[in-house]
Design a protein around this ligand. Structure first.
Ligand SMILES: Nc1ncnc2c1ncn2[C@@H]1O[C@H](COP(=O)(O)OP(=O)(O)OP(=O)(O)O)[C@@H](O)[C@H]1O
Ligand SMILES: [Mg+2]
Length: 248
């Protein structure tokens, strides 16, 4: 894989990416420029919840240097995707799941900007998704390569933005909303680790005319349940996420 920047109009993978996503009805990137607010847990749980509701679902971990959805799902990295002119994502809990971690394992993967962009194009070009009602995408924090690639390659996409009631998260998410609203139709904001004591997230939604999709309460047991699908599905976190999934 080249580490040099390839202009979009010279990259044969770009047209392949459009075809690969042809059978996907709706693309929901789970985003937040703020780190650690629960993007990975929300995307994994939403994928499982939508699958339980009878939808055909895919989940793509687009955190190239720090993938973690496989840890939450308890996915063994020896389960390599089937290869035949591309790769079919293995299924976990009824969800087609793709991650760069199948290839990098849990080794450090330090990459510079264009190398990340290149890895994103590669993974999008090789992945053969089935006919899906929803493709959920877990994204890294920040406002950099992967986020810009979501805007470039997933149109139309309907971002779900995750926020907490911390003023630090609100400022960060506010910047993200401004950017996303110029490019895509934001599906709405999910409040995570909600305590009910503050309305900062609701106020943010009102100020920026985006939907407030609901709250996920603080679940002190969620970390002890990660790695087990049954564990996740028995959590109060999952119960709250399922309520949000019904609104999508
Ligand atoms: N509702 C919740 N209740 C309790 N703890 C939570 C909740 N949501 C998230 N957490 C805690 O926050 C941690 C980080 O969650 P997660 O990895 O999903 O965040 P992230 O936004 O994906 O982080 P990153 O920005 O690094 O990708 C979890 O491991 C858990 O400890
Ligand atoms: Mg994450």
């Amino acid at each position: 894989m080249s580490s040099a920047y390839i202009p979009l109009d010279e990259d044969f993978r770009v047209s392949v990416i459009g075809r690969r996503l042809g059978g996907v009805k709706r693309i929901l990137p789970v985003m937040s420029s703020k780190g650690g607010v629960g993007k990975t847990l929300v995307s994994v749980s939403l994928a499982l919840a939508l699958s339980d509701l009878g939808r055909k679902v895919g989940l793509l971990d687009l955190d190239i240097t720090n993938p973690s959805a496989h840890v939450a799902l308890g996915m063994k990295l020896k389960d390599l995707p089937e290869e035949e002119k591309g790769v079919k994502p293995p299924e976990v809990g009824g969800v087609e799941f793709m991650t760069i971690a199948y290839y990098t394992k849990d080794n450090p993967t330090p990459l510079r900007g264009w190398e990340i962009d290149n890895a994103v194009r590669e993974i999008l070009a090789i992945t053969i998704w089935g006919e899906l009602d929803y493709l959920l995408i877990d994204t890294p924090p920040g406002m950099s390569d992967e986020l810009l690639d979501v805007i470039t390659f997933f149109k139309p996409a309907e971002p779900l933005v995750v926020a907490t009631n911390s003023p630090l998260a609100i400022k960060s998410v506010e910047r993200l909303l401004k950017l996303l609203k110029e490019e895509l139709t934001v599906k709405g904001v999910v409040e995570n680790m909600a305590s009910g004591a503050s309305s900062l997230v609701k106020d943010l939604c009102t100020a920026h005319s985006v939907s407030y999709l609901g709250a996920i309460g603080f679940d002190p047991q969620i970390d002890s349940k990660l790695g087990s699908l049954e564990g996740i599905k028995s959590s109060s976190f999952f119960r709250d996420v399922t309520r949000i999934a019904r609104k999508l």
